[in-house]
Design a protein around this ligand. Structure first.
Ligand code: HEC
Ligand code: HEC
Ligand code: HEC
Ligand code: HEC
Length: 504
């Protein structure tokens, strides 16, 4: 379905954003004449903005997604498909419930503003209960197309001349918003057949289930062109063959939109992927060539020479001529920092930040009490007197300015961010949201443990820990916020003259 709602209001913005379409992007222009396209937003898992913790993590942002969707709509008839956990990743801890619920409401409203044609929710949508989910759905009205639940039904979308059948599959046995999920195979076979009978030229199945289960289904169920993974999809800019069709993995956290452009697709026959086929053929040839060449380098066996020459010739001959017939083109549209956020959605996000500030101010500002015989936190300033050199080294590392990073990002009130950019988060005597002045930054005690008693008694080693095992680093340097973390290469960067690893 083509959503025209925002095109008029945003005509001007689009003319600026999509120079290629500028000539025909007049507000009242007729429908764009490019080929139909499907945009896939998989596994959003509660993300509205990138955290920016590393260069890798700059992609994403729901308001930027809105802009990119509009730009696609200006090119051709467009359907937006949402699959996999989108409101939550998992049940939030008790102290973040209010924040996570406000964020889920925001995601619902943002998806509504974007205009979604089909959604396949998961059990994760229900972690705050059915009543909460229903409240979100009051704002977000896109049809749930899950078919392996009681009364479930897919949709036939009309994209220009093309009819695209879409339906969703929940993991067998999962308790999803539509009810308890039954056997996906029987439901998929029946729905694919029904959609074909109603005239679908292309059929897409959105699978909110583990990859191996979806792949198995693809082998069992014919008559589906596209299998779109919603549960832990990798970020792949090519499709891979699956059953009689192709598997799509567009990644998670709203870092990319998967884009399937459908060309000459309103005809009978199999949907093909010529560019992908050529890339796969090239890869296979390159692998063979690599193997032979390295064998040749080792053995200098002249008998290998003809084979190598032949492979090189084949590679040079690979035909990249534009495909013909019923075919797809697939790629990922990265949600980059350079994309201007769509103003209405950006305003919703800003309003959420204000809500968050209020929630934070109202939050409990007392850390858990320090048990008898244990130590609380003293703060890095208290270590300066006796460990001046170590303090200088520390201050020169990013740990010594981790709070300023949040000040710059205007996130000092977001408990999620604060948790890793302060010392002793929610530990006995440690930092909490409204009470952390002495414990800002990743201080000494983040690594050496709470040191108030060590300070009090004038430096008894019993009350601090010298060794800092990798597991301590990993509490913050996790896969989501520090994907390149490697203990051996990161450790030397936080040490230096006056703050060193000592021999035992
Ligand atoms: C699980 C812990 C964790 C959470 C949660 C977290 N961060 Fe970080 N952040 C890190 C770590 C670790 C690094 C350093 C990553 C690296 O270089 O490998 C970092 C780095 C950064 C940087 C880059 C600083 C620079 O100068 O390069 C920014 C910006 C940042 N975080 C902002 C945020 C914001 C905003 C949030 C909340 C949305 C957040 N962080 C949540 C752990 C976290
Ligand atoms: C009053 C002085 C004093 C203060 C304040 C102090 N320390 Fe120490 N610290 C010492 C002394 C003395 C030692 C003994 C080790 C040595 O240098 O031989 C020591 C040793 C250590 C060690 C090494 C322990 C070991 O097993 O070798 C660490 C780690 C440490 N301190 C961390 C801290 C931290 C973190 C703070 C701030 C919370 C702090 N210290 C504050 C005096 C102090
Ligand atoms: C309490 C959370 C926390 C712990 C524990 C922690 N870090 Fe960090 N680390 C951070 C944050 C946050 C940043 C980013 C600071 C900034 O720039 O705002 C960071 C940044 C770094 C950087 C700089 C990376 C860069 O891109 O330049 C290195 C190196 C580093 N940490 C190493 C370590 C090592 C090694 C350990 C364990 C011995 C460790 N960290 C433990 C939170 C932590
Ligand atoms: C990111 C983790 C981290 C932070 C933050 C950190 N240290 Fe360390 N510190 C280490 C590691 C790792 C060692 C080496 C331990 C070993 O000997 O294996 C060390 C060693 C030490 C030692 C013993 C060696 C020496 O050179 O005297 C002291 C004392 C010390 N740190 C104090 C501090 C103080 C004070 C601060 C804050 C100003 C601080 N550290 C911040 C990780 C950290």
């Amino acid at each position: 379905m083509v959503h025209g709602r925002h095109r008029i209001a945003l005509g001007l913005l689009l003319a600026l954003l999509a120079p290629g379409c500028g000539s025909k992007a007049k507000p009242e222009a007729e429908a764009p004449d490019g080929p139909p396209r499907l945009l896939v937003l998989s596994s959003q898992i509660g993300y509205i903005e990138p955290c920016g913790c590393t260069v890798d993590l700059l992609l994403g942002g729901i308001a930027r997604i809105a802009t990119l969707v509009e730009a696609e709509r200006a090119k051709g008839p467009t359907a937006v498909l949402v699959v996999g956990p989108h409101l939550f990743e998992k049940a939030p801890p008790e102290d973040r419930v209010a924040q996570e619920e406000a964020k889920a409401r925001l995601i619902g409203r943002s998806l509504q503003a974007i205009g979604v044609d089909a959604v396949v929710p998961t059990a994760a949508e229900l972690v705050r209960g059915r009543a909460f989910y229903e409240a979100v759905r009051g704002d977000f009205t896109a049809p749930d197309v899950t078919v392996n639940v009681a009364g479930g039904e897919g949709r036939l979308l009309t994209l220009g001349d093309l009819k695209v059948g879409v339906f969703g599959l929940a993991a067998a046995g999962a308790e999803v918003p539509g009810g308890a999920a039954s056997d996906p195979q029987a439901a998929a076979e029946a729905e694919a057949a029904r959609l074909r009978a109603e005239g679908a030229h292309v059929v897409a199945a959105l699978g909110a289930m583990p990859k191996r289960d979806l792949r198995r289904l693809a082998r069992q169920v014919g008559a589906v062109d596209l299998w779109i993974l919603g549960d832990h999809p990798e970020e792949l800019d090519v499709v891979s063959p699956a059953g009689e069709g192709y598997l799509i993995e567009a990644g998670d956290r709203g870092r990319n939109l998967g884009r399937v452009v459908l060309l000459d697709a309103a005809q009978a026959g199999k949907l093909t992927d010529p560019a992908g086929d050529a890339a796969r053929a090239r890869k296979a040839l390159e692998l063979q060539l690599q193997m032979r060449t390295s064998m040749y380098q080792r053995t200098q066996d002249p008998a290998l020479e003809p084979a190598i020459a032949e492979l090189k010739a084949k590679l040079a001959d690979l035909d990249y001529a534009a495909g013909k017939g019923k075919r797809l083109e697939y790629d990922l549209i990265p949600v980059t920092k350079g994309t201007v956020p769509r103003p209405d959605v950006a305003a919703e996000v800003a309003a959420y930040q204000e809500t968050l500030k209020k929630l934070s101010l109202a939050a409990d500002s007392t850390p858990p009490p320090v048990p008898e015989g244990k130590s609380g936190y003293a703060g890095s300033a208290a270590c300066l007197d006796c460990h001046e050199e170590a303090h200088v080294v520390w201050k020169g590392t990013p740990h010594g300015k981790a709070w300023q990073t949040l000040v710059d990002a205007n996130k000092t009130f977001d408990p999620y961010c604060v948790s890793c950019h302060v010392t002793g988060w929610q530990q006995p005597g440690g930092a909490v949201l409204g009470n952390n002045e002495m414990l800002r930054d990743v201080g000494c005690e983040s690594c050496h443990g709470p040191g108030a008693r060590h300070v009090e008694v004038g430096g008894d080693e019993y009350w601090t820990k010298r060794k800092v095992p990798e597991t301590v680093c990993r509490t913050c340097h996790n896969a989501h916020h520090s994907p390149k973390f490697d203990y051996a290469t990161y450790l030397p960067k936080i040490l230096g003259p006056g703050h060193q690893a000592l021999k035992d």
